[in-house]
Design a protein around this ligand. Sequence first.
Ligand code: SAH
Ligand code: SF4
Length: 360
Amino acid sequence: MPTIQLQALRRYGYYALMDKNLKSKTYTDLLELVAAYEQKPFAAQYLFSFIQQKNAGHINDITPLSKTFRQQLIDDGFVIASMELLEKHDDTDGTVKFVLGLCNGTRIESVRLKDDDRNTLCISTQAGCRMGCKFCATGQLQFERNLTAAEIVDQVYMAEQSCGKINNVVYMGMGEPLDNFDAVMRSVKILNHEHGRNIGIRHITISTCGLPEEIKKLALSTVQPRLAVSLHAPDDTIRAKIMRIGSKYLLSEIMASLKIYQNTTGKRITIEYCMIDSINDKIEHAKALVKLLRPLKVNVNLIELNSFPGCRFEPADSRQIQAFANVLSDAGIETVIRFKRGRSIKAACGQLGATWLTQK
Ligand code: SAH
Ligand code: SF4
């Protein structure tokens, strides 16, 4: 094997590289796959429902398929691979953090949040992140690789083993979902499918730091999850100070893509705004944000900054956050202040991967 391929194999792992993992396949992919083996379409339904609904761990567990077809799949290198649960941490507020091992030894984290009747899972899409937000622990880690669709949906399946049915999924863990567009959209289709977990599309949210081209691509997708955009600043100067990506994409480009998204989908967009002391928390910033958001139908989540080792920013004062929220509410923008959860186990927003920063 050429050296370059061997290096890639070591770095990304066999399954990520070849993605022979049947767990990564959407229902449509499986219809194509079974057709290539001259099987009837119902074979795709067995494959999909056994893998995505019944947690089949091996191709031979899918007993309604003929032995010959199962053996053909195995001989052709197809597998059903799962991640490994390495650690589980419980916070007294009901938050649970899972540390999961990927096939090449890389670790990622996901977080279960419990509300009265809702079991939400915050999932990761990349090991590390290339966007380099200076207030985010994940952004300080070295970017390793994109997760496969199987590794994304598996986070839900792993969490369900100890926390019961997950009915809400937010793509707000490690990584930038729209920087791993194909695998992320594939995972949304898998989680949403009626023969799989059947999680309602209104209960799936993708959060992005704002990649204009991918936002426009999302607008044209056949599945339409909710969209949250991490803005964090009312102007480009402040944004570039706290987010590396801020100097690549201007707010005007992001706003234009959101306008297209909204015109196409008609959906309301959630704006996330992390409140950082003396950086973006002043009343004048709130007023500028109102002006910026005027052309869109939005609601705003204000998140108090969570700290991590090496974080050079401080959270905004709670009275300042309330005053900021009042400016938005008075302008008719629905605004919610998000309370911190799971801090004792480093599971709050922006803290994923924080424990590894001190281990380097
Ligand atoms: N990459 C995507 C999704 C993962 S980050 C995005 O940026 O939207 C999920 C959310 O956590 C984002 O809104 C992000 O801005 C926020 N966040 C990151 N670091 C944080 C921190 N230290 N304190 C509070 N929120 C943070
Ligand atoms: Fe990446 Fe989101 Fe963290 Fe920014 S906030 S570094 S985009 S995970």
